[in-house]
Design a protein around this ligand. Structure first.
Ligand code: PLP
Length: 456
């Protein structure tokens, strides 16, 4: 039995405990983690500031991945922490069903102002996974409200990641994430081809030139299933979790055109591309393609409090809500939708992004970032490098019969050398906070190069 730590000083002591007295690790079932290996050799973080973590050994670790693609403004920014503290002391919780508070309304209005086109309504969730399942439900509700209830099918894409809800793993295109649950996936889902094409696009800078025609794979599904049975197509503008797959020039426009021709909604899952990552507010603005629904999370609160959201075009809200008989219009919501702490964090985060011009900053430093990551070309086992905005990926030659192990060893080597990167398959993804300095770009890439050599 351990004692319960809840006073400020006890929490601080617990956070720093790994420095003196490592906590027992067994009780926690860690997500997406090799639990047994981790508990043998834990990697514990105790604090964070701006571009760095401090680990349990007191080492500074340069954050090359914004935590997990979410801490876009850098860590422990005072305006955000202060806003959270104020909300926690003033309105710790407010029920979101049939009750309201000003923070969530203010955040929704703020988001509506910055969204492109007529994306002007916001439904709050607590995570990207919930945002995805919410968007899929809204798509079904929209077609039903229009009297077109036979549109029940969804189309996802191979190598898509849409979180871990049953909806998300069904439309997602990662077989390993679905195989333990394959008996209960959504029944009416098809997948179109992914866009990763090393034969034609290796070492592309920015958007690859080849592959717009891969959007036509949607026509195949439409021919097989009937366009009038499909409710929505969901894609990430830039696929992140499966290794940074950047849309070929013209691909997203083509997808939009095909959806329009058949009355199919287009959902952009912008959980990682939202809030400046590509050098623009959203992937939709970066690639100039307007989806019908956007899923967001991560950068929305700078990772400081869990929050996700779905952004909907005017006609979708109007059809589902204003066209409904009196009463609850959408039978969906979460106890913590628009939680006061999250909404306060979101407002402070958007202020910070604006005050520091961080989306523009990401665009301004993107050429230096591109030069930095592409400098790894020619290293042993590097078979591709790609980049967009402040995203980079280095793809490595898999070891024979042991896929993923080379990049995993590179991840460990980087951490040992004081840089946090992200491994997915045999790809190392880099997505630093948007406040990164040029010298820190060099440090990330320098350490990554050493690590690649060390495990060669
Ligand atoms: C594109 C995309 N969608 C959804 C999710 C799921 O978000 P969460 O982990 O907050 O549920 C992620 C997480 O990385 C993501 O990258």
């Amino acid at each position: 039995m351990t004692t319960i730590a809840s006073s400020t000083s006890a929490l601080a002591a617990l956070l720093h405990a790994p420095l003196e007295a490592p906590p027992a690790l067994e009780s926690l079932w860690m997500p997406f983690t090799n639990n047994r290996a981790f508990k043998q050799a834990p990697r514990m973080l105790v604090s964070a500031k701006d571009m760095h973590y401090t680990d349990a050994d007191g080492r500074q670790v340069l954050d090359g991945v914004a935590g997990l693609w979410c801490v876009n403004a850098g860590h422990c920014r005072a305006p955000i922490s202060d806003a959270i503290a104020t909300a926690a002391k003033t309105l710790d919780y407010a029920p979101p069903f049939q009750m309201g508070h000003s923070l969530s309304f203010a955040l929704a209005e703020r988001l509506a102002d910055m969204l492109p086109g007529d994306l002007d309504h916001v439904f709050f969730t607590n995570s990207g996974s919930e945002a995805v399942d919410t968007a899929l439900k809204i798509a079904l509700a929209y077609h039903q409200a229009r009297g077109d209830a036979k549109r029940t099918r969804f189309v996802g894409r191979q190598r898509g990641y849409h979180g871990v809800g049953f909806g998300g793993i069904s439309v997602g295109g990662i077989p390993t994430n679905a195989k333990q649950f394959a008996s209960q996936l959504l029944p009416s889902v098809d997948h179109i081809a992914h866009t990763h094409d090393l034969a034609r696009n290796a070492f592309s800078k920015g958007q690859p030139q080849h592959g717009a025609e891969l959007a036509d794979d949607l026509e195949r599904v439409i021919t097989e299933r009937g366009g009038d049975t499909i409710a929505a197509v969901i894609v990430e503008p830039v696929a992140g979790s499966t290794g940074v797959l950047i849309p070929p020039v013209g691909y997203l426009d083509r997808l939009r055109k095909i959806c329009d021709a058949h009355g199919i909604l287009l959902i952009f899952d912008e959980v990682i591309t939202g809030f400046g990552r590509t050098g623009s507010a959203f992937g939709a603005t970066r690639f100039n393609v307007l989806p019908d629904l956007i899923c967001a999370a991560k950068g929305l609160t700078n990772g400081a409090v869990p929050m996700g959201a779905v952004f909907a075009r005017h006609t979708i809200y109007d059809t589902v809500v204003n066209g409904a008989p009196a009463g609850i219009e959408l039978f969906h919501g979460y106890t913590y939708s628009g939680h006061p702490l999250a909404a306060a964090a979101g407002l402070a985060t958007l202020d910070l992004y604006e005050r520091e011009g961080l989306f523009q900053r990401a665009a301004d430093v993107a050429p230096a970032w591109e030069r930095a990551v592409h400098a790894l070309r020619g290293r042993k086992n590097v078979i591709d490098i790609r980049n967009i905005g402040l995203v980079g990926a280095v793809e490595l030659e898999p070891r024979e019969g042991k896929p993923g192990t080379r990049a995993w060893d590179v991840f460990l080597e980087c951490f040992k050398r004081g840089v946090l990167v992200r491994q997915t398959g045999d790809i190392i993804a880099l997505t630093p906070p948007l406040i990164i300095e040029p010298s820190q770009m060099q440090e990330i890439v320098g350490v990554l190069g050493e690590a690649i050599d060390a495990v060669a």
